[in-house]
Design a protein around this ligand. Structure first.
Ligand code: ZN
Length: 229
């Protein structure tokens, strides 16, 4: 498998999840790196994932709150239109989001129903996590049975935002740029939504820049959060 940081919490659900490391190379398609090199990485990962599941879903991401539900009527690699999350109620779909400081949010149910979300500050303000949990709920998967994992992302010491963004995220005022911890905010959202078990990676894309790409650190590269059930 591609060099990656695994998510251990879903193993007993039979759900594989990971975030690729810098050593696996960049998956950024909007880059000056030659397309043949970037696409070769995608193709290699696709081939590995298609040995685990018949479907592989990705999307063009737009920092929104739209989540695509995959119901298993296709096979191969799908790159759909604008979306920042994927949900599959049944096993058999691998799903990925690209990140480089934003949080890869993994969600899994014991049945194998799973989801992956891309949550930066915009997605966090837009409550993409709430939309994701609702997609499980609407199909009869209770929030208390879900596990959530927040993967490698920029940490609360490294992430400074404008007063406007700080206000949107925290509901508090500040006159000057201030630091926020996106994973802390998402953990609090997940807890309020009643998610049964929530874990968070301690790895920071910026502090641990030798292992991950960081947009704030000036990297053009992107890693992938991937979930397969
Ligand atoms: Zn950090």
């Amino acid at each position: 498998m591609t060099d990656a940081e695994p998510v251990d919490d879903f193993r007993d659900f039979g759900v594989t999840a990971f975030t690729t490391r810098r050593a696996a190379g960049s998956f950024n398609t909007a880059t000056e790196e030659p397309a043949n090199i970037v696409m070769e990485r995608w193709n290699s990962l696709r081939d590995q994932l298609l040995t685990l599941a018949p479907r592989f879903a990705t999307a063009r991401q737009v920092h929104g709150d739209s989540i695509v539900a995959h119901t298993g009527e296709w096979s191969g690699w799908l790159r759909t239109t604008a979306a920042d999350g994927h949900f599959a109620p049944l096993r058999g779909t691998a799903m990925a989001v690209t990140v480089a400081d934003c949080v890869p949010v993994f969600l899994a149910h014991p049945s194998g129903a799973s989801a992956i979300l891309h949550a930066g500050w915009r997605g966090t303000v837009a409550h993409i996590l709430g939309r994701g949990v609702e997609m499980f709920r609407s199909r009869g998967f209770a929030a208390e049975d879900l596990r959530a994992h927040l993967g490698p992302a920029i940490c609360g010491l490294c992430y400074e935002v404008s007063p406007d963004v700080y206000g949107l995220l925290t509901g508090k005022d500040t006159e000057v740029p201030a630091r926020v911890d996106l994973r802390e905010l998402l953990t609090s959202q997940a807890s309020k939504l009643g998610v049964g078990r929530i874990s968070s990676s301690l790895l920071c894309t910026r502090c641990d820049n030798d292992r991950f790409f960081s947009h704030r650190r000036g990297d053009d590269g992107r890693q992938l959060g991937v979930i397969v059930a």
